[in-house]
Design a protein around this ligand. Structure first.
Ligand code: PBG
Length: 329
């Protein structure tokens, strides 16, 4: 027999802070946060991003200090994204495989600084292509899958050689996780992890990111032939199953808040580490609400991040990582 009101009063356990702490089911810590950082050329450059107030692109020389600060706050991992100059972009995105590209320089700068933090590198061609797509574009406008995968393997190996700890394919081509895994194994990178952007949707919320990496102005058309339809969730499970079978160590759902149901389904089905990406448009939305005076930043940020954990995430990629870690510290 279960108790009911008035014997049962759920407010009892909510009545005091100590009691609320005792029954808390979800506790957010800085170890749940992955900080995406935009990298630009030059030295001593802090370049504000117009569409993401509070976020700056940093030149490689500033990354060591930024990484150390993040590590001291308890953030376990950074995710790097390059703003490739127009002069280094091309139809085939060959710059992605250049051992001296912005990304590799950034990885080495962080490793050389001695910062005790993991480095995640994004694998996709969009920061390097002149058409802004994640893959190779055929004359007829199609994105070529298998040829793109070859380019992604070269990009992933390039990043691993520079010292990346986690390779994160965000391109949504078929078959790339297995082929990248095999290439990493054959070069001896047994300990380099793969975090697959497994369920990545063709979302309206990536706009500010494309501004930040400078690919938005170039993008022709949309990404619907490789990124997923926002209405689908069974397909997300199939994507995750495939990436795990191909050797992914962990999987990602992206964007974040509008897709927490996907996080939950993936977590329940596969019982593997699931991460979510609170993307640039979500960040911009929160900051716009704060600027308009309709949201308290601190509470809004911590509430959304806690919701990711409650849904089943092992961690969240968020541009608010440093802000949140300070609040939690
Ligand atoms: C590139 C990539 C994108 C993001 C991460 N990696 C953009 C896209 O797919 O167009 C978006 C991240 C964000 O919006 O914060 N493959």
């Amino acid at each position: 027999m279960t108790a009911s009101y008035p014997a049962l009063r759920l407010r009892r356990s909510r009545a005091q802070p100590w009691s609320r702490a005792m029954v808390a089911e979800t506790v957010l810590t800085p170890a749940d946060l992955i900080w995406p950082v935009f990298v630009t050329g030059g030295t001593g450059v802090r370049d504000p991003i117009r569409t993401m107030p509070g976020v700056e692109r940093l030149s490689a020389d500033l990354l060591g200090a930024a990484a150390k600060e993040a590590a001291s706050l308890g953030i376990p991992c950074l995710a790097l994204f390059p703003n490739t100059p127009a002069s280094a972009r091309s139809d085939d995105g060959a710059e992605a495989a250049n051992p001296d590209n912005l990304m590799c320089n950034a990885v080495r700068a962080i490793k050389d600084s001695g910062a005790n933090i993991g480095i995640l590198t994004d694998v996709a061609l969009d920061p390097y292509t002149s058409h802004g797509h994640d893959g190779l574009l055929h004359d007829d406008g199609r994105i070529l899958n298998d040829a793109t995968v070859e380019a992604l393997v070269a990009q992933a190996l390039n990043q691993a050689r520079a010292g990346a700890d986690i390779i994160a394919p965000s391109d949504m081509m078929d078959g790339r996780v297995g082929i990248i895994r095999a290439a990493l194994e054959s070069e001896g990178f047994h300990d380099v992890q793969i975090m697959a952007y497994a369920a990545k949707y063709a979302s309206a919320f990536y706009g500010p990111f494309r501004d930040a990496v400078g690919s938005g102005g170039y993008l022709k058309g949309d990404k619907k032939t490789y990124q997923m339809d926002p209405g689908n969730s069974e397909e997300a499970l199939r994507e995750v199953a495939l990436d795990l079978a191909e050797g992914a160590d962990s999987v990602m759902v992206k964007p974040g808040l509008p897709y927490l149901d996907i996080v939950r389904r993936v977590k329940e089905r596969f019982e593997v580490p699931v991460f979510a990406y609170q993307v640039s448009g979500e960040y911009a939305m929160i900051e716009a609400a704060v600027a308009a005076g309709v949201l308290e930043r601190e509470r809004g940020v911590l509430e959304t991040l806690t919701a990711f954990k409650r849904a089943g995430c092992s961690g969240v990629l968020t541009y608010h990582a440093v802000v949140a870690a300070r609040l939690l510290g």
